[in-house]
Design a protein around this ligand. Sequence first.
Ligand SMILES: Cc1ncc(COP(=O)(O)O)c(C=O)c1O
Length: 382
Amino acid sequence: MKGLSERVTRLKPSATVAVNAKALELRRRGVDVIAMTAGEPDFDTPEHIKEAARRALAEGKTKYTPPAGIPELREALAEKFRRENGLEVSPEETMVTVGGKAALYNIFQALIDPGDEVILIAPYWVTYPAQIELAGGVPVVVPTAPEAGFIPDPDAVRAKVTPRTKALVVNSPNNPTGAVYPREVLEALARLAMERGFYLISDEIYEHLIYEGTHFSPGQLAPEHTITVNGAAKAFAMTGWRVGYAAGPKAVIQAAIKVQGQITTHATSIAQWATLEALTNPATQAFIQRARETFRARRELIVEGLNRLGFPTPKPQGAFYVMADVSRIDLDEVKAAERLLEAARVAVVPGTDFAAPRHVRFSYATSTENIQAALERLEALG
Ligand SMILES: Cc1ncc(COP(=O)(O)O)c(C=O)c1O
């Protein structure tokens, strides 16, 4: 019997899945575990968005759509990028995908040749290196320090550029650190991409969850070099709907659509109509505002609590995650996460796969009561 491909054998399963499985197993045995692992808002999708999906269903909008997405949604995306991100893109320079994850996959497949290097800023979202390697690329990692709030130094990024550098991935607000990169840093990285002729892939999926400062899209400065990736999941509490989108130079977007056409074909028709409603109905803005205020209050609670209990973490300005240093429990973050789960019944994701040794990621996309209870359990741990 012949074996599995080398490619898939090398592929790492998601770190979150492993810890979730353990937490679920404990729950099954009747242990009450507080899960702080979620990468999704704990709110329901707003009613006006659900209603648009029901309408699409009732109207029989259940057939194949063009691979790049329904024209109405691509037009709304071009308008959204202009209004919210200062990007001048036409509908043909946008694409709708099966989640932000598939947008990234299609783009990496469209850009990377075997041996091409893609620079990642650590700690990074675990999916980037996995998808880069699936495309035959080589992730090149630039570390950041908690003392610098996990903000990258553009000179350190410059030092990693080689003739094989094809792209740099930037994710601000950041998963897993919650860091929001200052505009000057993003501008410096965009200038570097222009100067050295590589692509900047800007993952802006948490753009609306910023508690201090404002969001800046580097594509404003380097439109020929930047592919901006985003999605409906985090902004509109639509994780399960699987809608992502991207904008960028026409040749890259067309190539990514060609990839999509041979894989998923397109995002689900009904979910595309729902996303159109999310982007165009002003009620969505009120929802985002409320979500942001809720997350902001939870952030205060968890950051203060973790620092007080000896798990240092810089105060993040965005997203709904904090990276805490757990080395006082164990220098090995996997062992520390296990101890937190077994002794305190709090589930977190070890930093290993995010390239964040000695750290674990807490998600505060859970109720204030859960955060308070989790902090009490950590305190009882001593
Ligand atoms: C940084 C980042 N980018 C992209 C995504 C993709 O989300 P989705 O595929 O659900 O749209 C996620 C989800 O966790 C994320 O954290």
